[in-house]
Design a protein around this ligand. Sequence first.
Ligand code: HEC
Length: 264
Amino acid sequence: MKSMSWIILLAVAVPSVLVDGARAAEAPPKAPPTSQFAPAEDLATQVDYYLKRLDQAVATEEDYKDFVERIGKDSNTLIVIALTLGLHDTDNAYKAAAPAMIEASRQLAATKDYAAAKAGVEAVKKAVGSKTGDSSTLKWEKKADLKQLMLAVPGINTQLKRNAKLRRPKRDGPKAAGRAAAIGAIGQASLYHSADTTKPELADQWYKYCEEMRDAAAEVNAAAHKGDKKAARAAIQKLTESCDHCHDVFAPEAKEKAQAESDD
Ligand code: HEC
């Protein structure tokens, strides 16, 4: 009799445990084709952009001291850009290099002193040139540090807003497209970091806001390609709303900071 009641208890208890477990572990929504939110040619311009900045940050020990925080943000952004290029539905010059770029950027992000950072930047540059990697090993997953990504977004966004005014469309358009692609890639990659937020139990909301940011950035990117000022303005407005929506839930302390920056 005793064992019977155990079976009944298990029969009642196990399914509800499984349901709860399944909900908590629910995977992020599937990614749309990457070209929809971060065209490969725009991301490629970002690789150059970040390599230049990293080089500059380790030019001398003095520069390193000035730029050490930027290295954390830039190396993590580069992880996400490399992952996005590696998984891209458009063939691109960085596909084979992507796995090595991700690894080298992760190592750079972990450096703690000038010598290591200098060597780390050299390793990233070498990885960018590698032609023999296998991007089929890549999948959307957590590869970066969420905090560093979130700290990187405001700087990218400030430049994006300036360029998205398209005052000189020929020059500003490609810049805006590149910066928007970087934010789109961060939005997509951040989906896999819900467990690292202050409210891991609200994964569904986290997914929603990551997608909102990604898709608004995609609209800015498309408007920049067309040189369409009006569409760019509307898309920037949507992007700003996505920042606020997420901060309301996941980073109330960031909301004022973000708004102060948007008044600049
Ligand atoms: C998916 C959620 C999400 C979205 C979308 C989002 N953020 Fe954030 N943001 C965060 C989180 C979480 C933090 C807190 C990071 C930390 O300090 O751990 C943060 C922090 C910040 C900060 C404070 C940084 C600091 O120095 O402390 C600013 C500014 C900011 N975000 C701006 C923006 C802007 C601008 C956008 C839109 C382009 C944006 N964020 C979109 C989640 C988000």
